[in-house]
Each structure stands twice: as C-alpha cells, then as structure tokens.
Design a protein around this ligand. Structure first.
Ligand code: SF4
Length: 458
C-alpha cells in the first residue's frame, strides 16, 4: 500500500537533524514553486525555532499570493441526511448517538438551497452520513438534480462538491454523470492503528477500502478529488507526510493529485470528549502545518471550515488557505432551523459570522472574495486545471472572474457598507490590471453585470 508507515517514521526521524542554513535553503527552494522532497518536509515539520517559523509563514504567504493573488473562494456545506451506520468516535452523527435521524425531502432540499442562494452562495459541498438503506446513491443523485435546478431571483448553485462515503467505481460513475465539482473524502487519519480504533463497528473501519476510494473515483472519470485529515486524531507530522504520499500516488497513477486539501481540526461533538484524544493540536502547530503544506504542494487549493475561529481563518488565508466555508450549518435542514433560531450540528462551529460579514471582512483586509465556478463549468478540471496553475495563470485568469462574481455579490446581496468598499476594491483592482486585453474584457463584463445582464459564464 502506498502509505508506508515505516518509511514515514524513518523520514520523520531523519528530519530531526537539520540546522538553520539548511532550513533557509529549503525555503529558498520552496519559493521556486517546485514543491519539496519528503526529507525537506520532515525537516520543516521538526523545526521548533520561532524565528525560522516566522520565515516559513512569510514564504508561504509569498507563494500563496504568487499563485492565487488576493482571491479567496467561498462556499457552504449542505447536510441532507444524518442517517449513519458508522461509529466514528469523533462525530456527532455516529450510530450509537440516539436522536431523531432525518433525511430531507426534495422539497426541503429546495427550501435549504433557496436560503443558501439568498445568502449569495453559488458553490456547495453536499454532505451525508453513510447509510445505503436510508440514504442510497439514487437519493443523492436525485438531490444533486434538485440542487442544480433550484433557482431564485439572483441565479442558482453553479457547482456542487460532494462528500459521500467511499464507494464503488459504478457509483462514482453515476456521480460523474451528474456533473459534480470535486469529490471530497477525508482520510480522517492515515495512521492505521488509530484509524481502526476510531472507527469501531463501522463499515468505514476498512482502512484500505477508504484509502483507495480516490483510485476508484479516478477510474470512474472523476478527476477533481479533495483529500484531508481530521487533525488531532493522530500525530500531525505523520499525517502531513502521509497526505504528501497519497498525493504523489494519485499523480503517479492518474497524472493529477489532490485538487484540494482540507485541514479540519478535531472539535467537540455530541457523544465524545476531547480529553480522550491525546494528539490535540495547538494553534501554533496548526498554523505551522498549514504553511508547510502550502510550501510542499503550492498549486493545491487548501480549505478551512468554520470549525476554526474568525481570527485563525483570517490569519491562515495569509499563508495557505485558498477556500473558506461561510455562514455554515452542519445540521440537516440547518439553514431553515437557523432562521428559526435552532440548529443541531455534526460538530461545534467557531466562526458564526454570516457570509455578508465574512465578505465585508475579507474586502476590508484587501482580499477578493470569489464565487467563481467558471473552470468547472467550462471543463477545466483535473490535470488541465493543474497545468494552468503551474503556468501561473490562476491569479491572472481567475482574478477577473473573482472580480466579476464579487461585483455580482455586492449588487445582489451587499449592504451599503459593502456597496462602498466592494465597488471601490473592484475599481482599484481593475485600474491596476497591467494586461490591457484582460482589463477591457473585465470592464465590459462589469458594465453588463451592473446593467443586470448575466448571460455569460462567471
Ligand atoms: S464521520 Fe461520517 S461516517 Fe462517521 S459517523 Fe459521522 S457521518 Fe457517519
């Protein structure tokens, strides 16, 4: 199997030997955007020197700006079923927790989607527990159709990323046919003894089957896959190294690695106590691992959820994170319940701000919140997308799209404050565009958006 535990432990052990000069050279190399070797990653992971860490953050920041510019992509999760046959010890939806399980009807999904559209969302992550009887693939496929076809006055959901349990090639082909965006699946932990311990009496407890899910997804033609680890279940250094090995395995076998890496951190959930998890990660280590992943795989998107506080999210977009969830509910039917003042979620959230508050905060800090889904809609996925990224075209091609979707958001959902700061930011960014062709293109599209003409891809 491609996650060789002995090899990872050996590299991490060797990585304990390093000195300041060596680390500075590794950072110089990272800045060339060529990624890092295993031993280089291990040396960075073993660094405790505060001054060096500051340099790691600064380097990660420069890399992020070089590749992504000022863009930060926003999305929301949509939970449609909390039926689950597994007993993941860290999850509020684990089978042994007794509460009234729920699966949304297609009408209820439409209601949730309209609420999300009213908040300005264009991109969703569809979430379900694992239960083939109560939540079969046919239900998921029908729900995807429902989401894509639910429109309100300001448009519709343009991209659905899907997070369902590891499944068969046949089922992945069905998802592919529904034109999903990214197929997301977290390994939770790559350390097999822990993996088996935290998934007792669970279908999900089959480590090898879970680990090879992306191989089956790729075989089925899904070329955008998003990996991740639930940091805090096991040693974070092991997890980062294993993520890299998994990514390399996909690159070697399918010519394209992770489209995104998510970095959720273990949080309190119903039926578990954080005291039972000895690998809880400090804020400092969490920032460190995020920055090191950015250096190691500079072209891979990185996602941070509302599990983290606004402060940590705002810090981490400076040196790693490229996508944020916004205004999230992790309960089934949670958006409607939130409107009614109740929301029972899968785990505790730490950033409760609305999408509008998050957009204003990002704009205020000089970032460009983006609701763009153009690449996916025009077939730029998998290795095609990675090639664009490697040619440095994300910031030049995506920034115009980000500005257009920001303007769309400002006009459709903005309050007076956002109308002022958002329009100013868009105008300033366009004024500073050096490529005349891009500039004229964007100005033309912005005029159309202002006139209410939205009949083009953004
Ligand atoms: S993490 Fe997923 S599979 Fe595990 S108990 Fe929770 S909902 Fe079920």
């Amino acid at each position: 199997m491609f996650i060789n535990h002995e090899y990872i432990n050996e590299v991490l052990e060797k990585g304990k030997e390093s000195n300041r000069e060596e680390i500075l050279k590794i950072l110089e190399k990272a800045e060339e955007l060529k990624g890092l070797t295993h031993i280089e990653i291990a040396k960075l992971l073993n660094t405790e020197d505060k001054d060096i860490m500051q340099k790691v953050f600064e380097t990660a920041g420069r890399i992020k700006r070089k590749i992504y510019g000022k863009r930060v992509v926003l999305f929301a999760p949509l939970y449609i079923s909390n039926y689950c046959v597994n007993n993941c010890t860290y999850c509020g939806y684990q089978c042994k927790n007794k509460f009234n399980r729920k699966k949304l009807t297609q009408d209820e999904i439409r209601q949730e989607v309209r609420i999300l559209e009213d908040l300005g969302h264009k991109r969703l992550a569809l979430e379900v527990g694992e239960d083939d009887y109560n939540c079969p693939i046919e239900y998921i496929l029908e729900s995807i159709d429902t989401i894509y076809s639910t429109e309100n006055k300001n448009g519709n959901i343009r991209r659905i990323n899907v997070n369902i349990a590891a499944t068969t090639v046949e089922n992945y082909k069905k998802l592919k046919d529904k034109e999903i965006g990214t197929y997301i699946l977290f390994q939770e932990t790559y350390y097999k003894p822990t993996y088996e311990a935290v998934h007792p009496d669970s279908i999900k407890g089959n480590y090898d089957y879970h680990l090879t899910a992306f191989d089956r997804a790729m075989e089925a033609g899904i070329d955008d896959v998003g990996g991740g680890v639930l940091f805090g279940l096991s040693d974070y250094k092991f997890e980062v190294m294993a993520l890299m090995l998994h990514n390399e395995h996909l690159e070697k076998e399918f010519n394209v690695g992770f489209h995104t890496i998510s970095v959720p951190r273990l949080k309190k959930a119903e039926g578990m106590s954080l005291d039972e998890y000895p690998h809880a990660i400090s804020d400092d280590d969490f920032k460190k691992l995020t920055a090191i992943i950015r250096l190691a795989v500079p072209f891979t998107g990185m996602i941070l959820s509302t599990r983290e506080t606004a402060e940590i999210r705002e810090e981490l977009i400076n040196y790693g994170i490229s996508q944020l969830s916004a205004g999230s509910c992790t309960g089934v039917g949670g958006y409607k319940e939130k409107e009614e003042g109740k929301d029972i979620g899968q785990f505790q959230l730490s950033d409760e701000r609305s999408p509008l508050e998050i957009v204003k905060s990002l704009v205020g800090s000089g970032f460009i919140p983006s609701y763009c889904t153009a690449c996916y809609r025009s077939g730029r996925t998998g290795d095609v997308m990675m090639d664009l990224a490697k040619q440095g075209k994300i910031s030049t091609s995506c920034t115009p799209n980000a500005l257009m979707t920001l303007m769309e958001y400002v006009l459709d959902y903005g309050d007076n404050e956002l109308k002022t700061i958002g329009e100013n930011l868009v105008k300033d960014e366009v004024a500073f565009m050096t490529d005349e062709k891009h500039k004229i293109f964007v100005q033309d599209k912005l005029e159309k958006i202002i006139e209410g003409k939205r009949d083009f891809y953004i």
